[in-house]
Design a protein around this ligand. Structure first.
Ligand SMILES: [Zn+2]
Length: 72
């Protein structure tokens, strides 16, 4: 499973979670603070970008920045 850094659009809470891409796409991930499902990915460290190569399979993300979940 990919590891996500996410930020809640409702309350601004930032948190990390393991989830499948399907869970991410289906918005099955909830903010631990307010339980909103309106989340956006956070990219804030080099480790995330480097490690993303290892689970970037069948991605539509041209830059490989998120494992295909960001829509870029
Ligand atoms: Zn929240």
């Amino acid at each position: 499973m990919p590891f996500y850094d996410l930020r809640c659009k409702e309350c601004g809470e930032e948190f990390n979670t393991w989830a499948s891409i399907q869970q991410r796409e289906n918005k099955e991930i909830e903010c631990p603070n307010c339980h909103s499902r309106e989340l956006e990915p956070v990219f804030k460290n080099v480790n995330f970008i480097v490690s993303s190569k290892s689970y970037d399979s069948g991605s539509s993300c041209s830059s490989g920045c998120c494992g295909g979940s960001c829509g870029f």
